[in-house]
Unconditional design. Sequence first.
Length: 355
Amino acid sequence: MTETVELRRPLRRGRRGSGRARSIGRRLVTLPFLLLGMTLLMFLISRFLPADPAVAFLGNNGADNQQAVDAFNAKYGLDKPLYEQYWIYLDRLLHGDLGTSISTGRPVSSELASAFPATIELAGAALLLSLLLGIPFGILAAARRRSVLDRLTGGVSMLGVSMPPFVLALVALQVLYLQLGWVAGPGRLDPFLDPPPTVTGLMTIDALLAGQPAVAGDVLHHLLLPALVLGLIHGAYFARVVRSTMIDTLGSDFVRTARGKGLAGPVIVVGHAFRVALVPTLSLIGLTFGELFAGAITVETITGWPGVGRYMYNAATKLDFPAVMAGTLVIGAAYVVVNLVVDILYGVADPRVEA
């Protein structure tokens, strides 16, 4: 009987691994169709907006000149049927052409390439801050349920979840920068400092690679305000998820068994309960990363951080639809890919779940 059981275990693991591989394969197959649907949706939204890009670019006086309007529409293909416009747009995307900015006349791909690393830097710093703030407070609140710390954590997390990012950004800008002077002003680097040579596009890493710790410190000083705003908001989500999951786990049978064996409280909380809470937390990271990109649009604009969010806001105010569409596509694609990776890691972290 023992030999039979031992022979069956590798077979079950093999089936589980093959099932996970098939599930990952299905998601990879559906990924292009998801991105295709995203491009179609963005294209239709941009074309059915009530505003006229020609009027935004030429101005009211230039828009009265029908010849100038026709030339503008012909240059950007707006005089063609809708299906033909979409086909041209899709063909350019497949060849790596994100279009030309109406407001600047430059390729959108080059403008996004200079702005995207700043958003990646901001999203990474904000995610790190949200994890460092949310997970410890979630663990402490669950371990000391109904205590003052638990109630305080619950109140602060509820406030963080319900507060819009632009409100907190405005308050933080007024208090931390204008009144207290604890954080740096708008921008990514002090104008009196030379930026480091571009290697990764992430200015803090590039400064350290170039042996410029003072430049890296100044970048972090400028990064602190927008990262703190986004980190506080999303740290509240992590605190609530970790607390809720750990409270359920601490009341489970295997935790009571561990206590009966005489294991210390910290070992039970961190070594047992938090390992269970780690699985939904890992899933939340993917959602948070996408929301950080969405929240960065307002936060970057208010704090003056030169990333994709600020770029898209400026493009939207000028009805620069090629820039807005390209920025939305890049953010959407990053969101989809990150969530795919997190779903795969979710299956690895919890073998009972197929990715």
